[in-house]
Design a protein around this ligand. Structure first.
Ligand SMILES: Cc1cc2nc3c(=O)[nH]c(=O)nc-3n(C[C@H](O)[C@H](O)[C@H](O)COP(=O)(O)OP(=O)(O)OC[C@H]3O[C@@H](n4cnc5c(N)ncnc54)[C@H](O)[C@@H]3O)c2cc1C
Length: 472
């Protein structure tokens, strides 16, 4: 076990992409083996926060006190077997992608940030642009080795449901407690996932580092498509972009089956233009779309179907970009990644804590949602950008207040959250709750729902040591 106690050794682990200040820990422990980790946990009595790659946006890996456990040495990558691969939690999505290149497989969850670790993406049930069609992290996990806060270990596979107790390596058992809470059916990363008869695995996935530590994971891979048809469409009215997405979803045309529908509002384009001069001057909004195409010979007919369809909409087709090769597809992903990066950099430079939404609602509310955002943000007069997963009705609004505008920004956030909850939506569709959105989780699930989640937490971590300060 490597131990770091010097402040300069601990400091890098007190940060993530949220800019949350004020984390504190006595030491960082870096186990080199599973036995290092379980041995330590069996005698530990202090709070433990697990560190992944630190790309999280909710301060969930930033400890309030106690010890940090970093699994950075758990970077094992196994061979591909029956369309799946076993990896250690420290493996980054980019390393996994590299490992799979040249194979007939790929790993669909793509949370934009390729430095994220597999362990972190499981803990947050990360999703991304391709989740619109290909699902979230939970849909791609076949099994995991998990260590509880007290050092007991369990090997979980699909099909081990909460109807049976969790069987731990020392022969002890944990029953799933009787709770009434049920997770919403929309894309959601707020609080524990609870559905009748679900797999135990699904409870741990998305538990914000509070129920167990992933030490080994088996991921389900998907057949690699022949390619991705991809483009960035520009619009001279934001409404034209929203309308296209709503109508594309109802088209029912086999050749039009996008896996990504990602939005950029005018504020995003203004910032991106500093790096991408070829964004058309008159563009007020953009949509990055992608479609996985199974066979090479389907590529041209698919492109023709897209162009024919788009001609019927209010798109600046002559100014839009279409990928001609894999390099272009990668460049469009960089373009998509650039906007949160620009905002995160700007926040760091100005010492601004992130005030960003992760709300999602059901399909029927998309048009109302976008109008609400425009109206409330317009009236607020606050600088902001809106980008993200329009296909999933899941946009990220980043409020960018000056120092004297922070209270106003928080009030705007509250107004929007209240309406989202009235529509049965979620306050976090993919980033999780962490330490930044606890009040909103409480509003979303109510005192009874929160009480049920605390009951689940107590069943698995009675001393409340793991990820203390997250969720509750
Ligand atoms: C530019 C940018 C864009 C992003 N876009 C998206 C997006 O589109 N979709 C999305 O979902 N997210 C997005 N994110 C957020 C982030 O990438 C994800 O939340 C990611 O899953 C975090 O992984 P990490 O390894 O960095 O985890 P960390 O930030 O280190 O930790 C996150 C949580 O996971 C827990 N954890 C880490 N490892 C383990 C483990 N082995 N066992 C148990 N718990 C563990 C931590 O304790 C913490 O609670 C973005 C971030 C950035 C910076």
């Amino acid at each position: 076990m490597i131990v770091k106690r010097a402040p300069e050794g601990i400091a890098p682990y007190l940060r993530d992409a949220s800019n949350f200040p004020g984390g504190s820990a006595d030491e960082v422990l870096i186990p080199e083996t599973l036995e290092d980790l379980t041995g330590f946990l069996k005698s530990n009595t202090l709070p433990v926060t697990v560190a992944g790659a630190g790309t999280g946006l909710t301060a969930s890996r930033i400890p309030e006190s106690g010890r940090i456990v970093s699994l950075e040495k758990f970077d094992y990558m196994g061979g591909i077997e029956d369309g799946s691969i076993e990896v250690g939690p420290a493996v980054s999505l980019s390393a996994l992608d590299e490992r799979l290149s040249g194979t007939p497989y790929f790993y669909p969850p793509n949370p934009t940030e390729w430095l994220a670790s597999v362990g972190g993406t499981l803990a947050t049930n990360a999703s991304g642009s391709r989740s619109y069609k290909m699902g979230v992290t939970r849909d791609h996990v076949l099994g995991a080795e998990i260590v509880l806060a007290d050092g007991r270990r369990v090997d979980l596979r699909r099909g081990q449901t909460i109807q049976d107790p969790l069987e731990l390596d020392d022969g002890s058992r944990i029953e799933f407690p009787p709770v009434r809470y049920r997770s919403p059916r929309c894309k959601n990363a707020a609080g524990y996932y609870v559905q009748p008869g679900m797999d135990w695995l699904d409870l741990f996935i998305g538990s914000d580092g509070t129920l167990g530590i992933f030490t080994r994971v088996r991921l389900r891979l998907s057949p690699r498509p022949a390619g991705f048809l991809s483009g960035v469409l520009f619009f001279d009215r934001e409404e034209a972009c929203w309308d296209l997405v709503i109508r594309l979803r109802g088209l029912g045309r086999a050749a039009i089956a996008p896996c990504s529908l990602e939005y950029f509002d005018h504020g995003s384009l203004v910032r991106l233009r500093r790096e991408y001069e070829n964004i058309p001057e008159r563009a007020r909004a953009a949509l990055f779309f992608e479609q996985d195409v199974a066979r090479e010979e389907e590529m041209d007919p698919c492109l023709e179907a897209w162009v024919e369809t788009l001609e019927g909409f209010d798109v600046l087709l002559d100014d839009s970009w279409f990928a001609g090769n894999e390099r272009d597809v990668a460049r469009f992903h960089e373009f998509r990644h650039a906007i949160p990066m620009l905002i995160n950099e700007e926040n760091s430079r100005l010492g601004r804590v992130k005030i960003g939404t992760d709300f999602a609602v059901g399909d029927s509310h998309l048009a109302e949602l976008m109008k609400l955002y425009r109206q409330v943000l317009g009236e607020s007069g606050l600088d902001h950008v809106i980008f993200g997963h329009l296909g999933d009705n899941h946009l990220h609004i980043n409020l960018l207040p000056g120092p004297e505008e922070v209270a106003r920004a928080r009030a705007v956030y509250d107004t929007l959250a209240a309406r989202i909850l009235e529509w049965g939506g979620t306050v976090s569709a993919e980033h999780g709750i962490g330490k930044l959105k606890k009040d909103y989780l409480a509003k979303m699930v109510g005192s009874e729902g929160l009480g049920d989640m605390q009951t689940i937490k107590r069943a698995l971590d009675p001393a409340g040591l793991l990820g203390r300060g997250n969720l509750f």
